[in-house]
Design a protein around this ligand. Sequence first.
Ligand code: PHE
Ligand code: FE
Length: 278
Amino acid sequence: MISGDGTIAQDWAAYSATDHATWDRLFARQARLLPGRVADEFIAGLDILRLDRPGIPDFEALSERLMRATGWQVLAVPGLVPDAVFFDHLANRRFVAGRFIRRPDQLDYLAEPDVFHDVFGHVPLLANPVFADYMQAYGIGGQRAGGLGVLHHLARLYWYTVEFGLIWGADGLRVYGAGIASSYSETLFALDDPSPHRIGIDLARIMRTPYRIDDFQQSYFVIDSFDQLLRATLDTDFGPLYAELAQSPDLTVDTLLPGDRVLHRGTQSHRSAIAGLS
Ligand code: PHE
Ligand code: FE
């Protein structure tokens, strides 16, 4: 049954042995790959939330631990929820997650986010107080953007931070975005491939940059710290930015601007390879 807030019971008992085994395979692969490649805060979150226990996590037990760490909970939804519902959940420190898991023959690619992407990818950083505050602030920002009709701009900020963000910390470049951290091949691509641009974060710039949903990104945006990300978004009134964006054309995904803080100028060879096929 779907309740008024769009959530459903996870129905943990309904998972099959195959479902749990799929989680375990995906988990083992990422757990081997990510140390040294993902932000240390992500690894700390796996630990705080005991996500290394076998099987698909039970959202109730997971929410209890997360609630103790940062006051967030995880609730199941049947699929994509309307924007307003999504933002209302975030603004109230509720993360909504898909409950189904991909089939064993889809380990590497699926079009819709499943429980592995949503929980393994997103939830560890919600145990970090700074990132937890960023996600809530984003929800409140989303409610405002929805009212102003500029959600397509703010959605790009989510994409290039929460989903596909990179961080340049004391130990060099790491991934933190959930879309990368839950993907074996994109973790390697985002960090090591010469093709994509890697550009220092700039809010207005990101909100002018469309994104790819069907392939690796052509540009990644890099933060210095989660504090920087939270401060930049909290201290900026997005109202004037939205007004400016209405006057400036969208960029293309592979553009570099004179004002960009370029950490790596990509060859864009991956993009060319795809274009060659079409
Ligand atoms: N400060 C933003 C605004 O004025 C809100 C926001 C916070 C947006 C965090 C994104 C992330 O709308
Ligand atoms: Fe996601």
